[in-house]
Design a binder for this molecule. Structure first.
Ligand code: SF4
Length: 316
């Protein structure tokens, strides 16, 4: 151990959100109820540690339903949501299926259905090819216009006086999204907004907590996955709010200590799909090398809980 003193500012809320907790519990309960294997369509949440753990318990991850070799086994859809065509295909194949779509994503699915019923052109602020975006677009027959950045609005040929509606992906940057929303309102005279902000409570709280201490930090480390939207947003938020540096750490074992050469204050958080054990193990790794002091602060209380379908409950 070197004598170098490093202060870790561990922010909360961090880590698993209610939607991720529910999705993982659904797979675990399905394994208890039906035994293995259980098929899971797509990474149940974007985190390799979680996926590997469930694989070891008997889950088989697939990209599409036609990869299922034993149609007698149940399949679970991931927390990001699926296009309507997926449960339809599952029914045609006579599969037993459970949908782990986060209820906050399902809320957006119902919003786009409602906007379609009202014959409104729908804009979706989100990231191309993200499974949540694919799932939301697949809820309706009419086209949904994907807006990734303000400039995408220039491509739209919808008249200014046409009433339009927008929804957003749940895991976006609050500040970037607000700028796009303002631009939408400038471009169109009549904009119907979601009844409640689509960016979910967990994304909001994790970003707001990072903002509280970003300016104190020489580096802000976000434990999360490269393909996780909410992880990447936390890295951006830290940097934009004053952290001298910020990085996404997927594999804690591969952390390069050289990054800490001129660092005394580390901000540390975990994305909504990263388990707390990775945070604690990372702190232990640093303790072997440095004189570490951890300051933990929970900035926003969270008490959201989503129930799993009663058919999957093995205990009451
Ligand atoms: S990040 Fe938000 S929308 Fe996504 S699973 Fe968690 S609570 Fe649900």
């Amino acid at each position: 151990m070197t004598s170098k003193k490093i202060y870790i500012h561990l922010v909360g809320p961090r880590g698993f959100c209610a939607g991720v907790d529910r999705a993982i519990l659904m797979v675990e309960e399905a394994l208890k109820k039906y035994g293995s294997p259980i098929y899971v369509r797509h990474e149940i949440v974007h985190n390799k540690y979680v996926v590997e753990d469930l694989k070891n318990k008997g889950a088989i991850f697939i990209d599409e339903l036609d990869e299922i070799s034993d149609l007698s086994r149940p399949v679970i859809f991931s927390a990001h949501g699926v296009p309507k065509s997926v449960p339809i295909e599952a029914s045609h194949l006579n599969l037993k299926f459970y949908d782990a779509t986060c209820p906050l994503v399902s809320k957006i699915h119902r919003e786009v259905e409602n906007f379609e019923r009202l014959h409104l052109p729908i804009l979706l602020i989100g990231h191309h090819n993200h499974p949540e975006v694919i799932g939301t677009m697949g809820q309706v027959k009419s086209p949904i216009y994907l807006i990734e950045k303000e400039a995408d609005l220039n491509k739209l040929t919808i008249p200014k006086n046409q009433k339009i509606a927008y929804v957003t992906q749940t895991t976006l940057s609050l500040d970037d999204t607000e700028l796009i929303v303002q631009a939408i309102k400038k471009k169109f005279d009549h904009v119907i907004e979601p009844r409640k902000n689509d960016i979910c409570y967990a994304t909001t709280n994790r970003q707001e907590a990072v903002k509280k201490i970003a300016a104190l930090c020489d580096i802000f480390i976000v434990i999360g996955a490269q393909n996780s939207s909410n992880s990447i947003r936390l890295v951006e938020v830290a940097k934009l709010n004053g952290a001298k540096n910020s990085l996404l750490l997927e594999n804690i074992e591969k952390f390069d200590n050289k990054i800490l050469e001129n660092v005394n204050n580390i901000g540390l958080t975990a994305s909504a799909s990263a388990p707390e054990i990775l945070v604690q193990n990372f702190i232990e790794i640093l303790k072997k090398k440095y004189d570490i002091a951890v300051y933990e602060q929970d900035y926003i209380p969270e008490n959201v809980n989503f129930k799993i379908p009663h058919q999957l409950k093995t205990i009451n």
